[in-house]
Design a protein around this ligand. Structure first.
Ligand code: TYD
Ligand code: MG
Length: 450
């Protein structure tokens, strides 16, 4: 009989019941490995033999051990904090089909020699098809089609000079010591712990692919996040090509970095020149259309320029429509209320559509001013810089709006405003609208659109 432990109250029971007999919590029982006699005697012997366990001095550890190994994928290195640390365990989590296997196959190629790729989800020949698509020909990648974690550990122990181990995915791994199904919390936790132990001992970086449940958490919930060194979240809209890699937890680097990739026919491409990614209107540079404003949002420590587009049309319904893409719809409602009350725009009679071009999702208030200006520009049917002197002289200046908008209609300073403005100037935006020159939204609208 297997032994279960309740994660809520710590009650130990034999056999799976679904509900804890002690505290009554459902699904809180997690299967534990029963200590065999062999293990018990081994650990007893170890604990008695104190002379073999000694603390080591921090200064005696050579810095070579902490030097970083570059993955040669610039955006991945950026998120990892400069590269892999030996023995680092990285969990890459994301929805199915987002590109986790593609990213890790590219990592295996770039790392060069001796990478062990454990394919629990696909057959070796399916991996081969993907490798061909990615243009990977001669590499040191070895494929292992096995889902038994103990077999994989034996293989890792036998192989020397491995530069990385990749487990695709941890939910397919199981150990015979537990009776639960592969993918259950107990199995995921135990397999991760065992793989982690062998890789830490041999100082090999370990990548784990983790699936995301419907609720948006890594299956085998917080359990995995606690065990591993780094959790990277791979996300994006599957219908678009933009993919973001975010560090959610990182023991060896920052957690506010974001890696940006473009999913192309031949795999994931690191995007360095982000300015061309989100601000390409497809229009000639000197054409200005109503309803479009560029803003700067902060992704990690990087300011990114994105274009906000708006469309305002008279409504035929009793309730006007408000449609937001890439922008929180409640934030849009709030900004519309500011426009109606503080700037006198009768938007209660109009449907409003707002879109953040390029598939980026805005989660910070730094884009408020741009959203408001895009809507006002669409309402007046005037490009934002229509009355600007430079435009009349035939040379339109590039406008960018950065700022949070409060309920009083005031423009507030945003985080890292100087950094965003510097980046905007570098990319040729000559007119920056922010809390520096204007105090209220009404003033900006008057100046630019009336
Ligand atoms: P995959 O890496 O299999 O996703 P995951 O492991 O996260 O489930 O990627 C699957 C998607 O990526 C699939 O819809 C096809 C697309 N893709 C490309 O667009 N270009 C490519 O070069 C590859 C290999 C995949
Ligand atoms: Mg996959």
């Amino acid at each position: 009989m297997s032994k279960f432990v309740c994660q809520q109250c710590g009650y130990e029971s034999v056999g799976f019941l679904g509900k804890c007999p002690n505290c009554g919590e459902w699904n809180s029982l997690v299967e534990m490995v029963e200590e065999t006699n062999r293990r018990k005697t081994k650990s007893n012997r170890k604990s008695n033999n104190i002379s073999s366990i000694k603390p080591i001095s921090l200064s005696s550890i050579s810095s070579r051990k902490t030097s970083r190994l570059s993955t040669k994928i610039p955006e991945l290195d950026r998120v990892l904090g400069g590269g892999l640390v030996s023995g680092q365990v990285v969990l890459i989590a994301g929805e199915p089909g987002i590109g986790k296997s593609t990213l890790l196959l590219e990592v295996s190629e770039k790392l060069g020699k001796n990478v062990l790729y454990v394919c629990g989800e696909e057959s070796a020949s399916q991996i081969k098809v993907r490798a061909e698509r990615l243009g990977i020909k001669k590499t040191g990648i070895s494929l292992l089609e096995d889902t038994n974690a103990d077999n994989v550990i034996d293989v890792i122990s036998e192989l020397n000079d491995l530069s990385a181990v990749i487990i695709d995915s941890i939910q397919t791994m199981y150990t015979g010591d537990l009776s639960g199904m592969a993918g259950s919390v107990g199995q995921v936790r135990e397999c991760t712990a065992r793989l982690l132990r062998v890789c830490k001992e041999k100082e090999i970086p370990l990548f784990l692919v983790g699936h995301v449940t419907k609720e948006g958490t890594v299956a085998g919930p917080a359990v995995l996040a606690h065990i591993v060194d780094t959790v990277l979240w791979f996300e994006g809209d599957k219908t678009l090509t933009l993919r973001l890699l975010r560090a959610v937890k990182n023991r060896f680097g920052p957690t506010d970095e974001v890696g940006i990739f473009d999913m192309q026919d031949k795999g994931l491409v690191s995007v360095n020149d982000t300015e061309h990614m989100f601000v390409k209107t497809g229009l000639p540079a000197n054409r200005r259309v109503p309803g479009s404003i560029v803003t700067s949002i902060l992704q990690g420590t990087r300011p990114l320029l994105v274009e906000i587009q708006a469309l305002v049309v008279p409504t035929k319904m009793a309730f006007p429509k408000r449609v937001a893409q890439g922008i929180d719809s409640r934030r849009l409602e709030l900004l519309l209320a500011v426009l109606i009350r503080r700037c006198g725009l009768p938007l209660y009679d109009y449907d409003v559509f707002v879109n953040c071009a390029g598939g980026m999702k805005i989660t910070e208030p730094g884009a408020d001013l741009a959203i408001i200006l895009a809507i006002a520009s669409a309402y007046y049917d005037l490009p934002a810089n229509a009355t600007h002197n430079a435009l009349q002289a035939g040379k339109p200046s590039n406008i960018i709006a950065i700022g949070e908008v409060g309920l009083l209609g005031e423009i507030r300073e945003v985080m890292a405003q100087e950094k965003r403005m510097k980046e905007a100037r570098r990319l040729g935006f000559t007119q920056i609208i922010s809390s520096k020159e204007y105090h209220f939204v009404g003033e900006v609208i008057k100046k630019l659109l009336k």
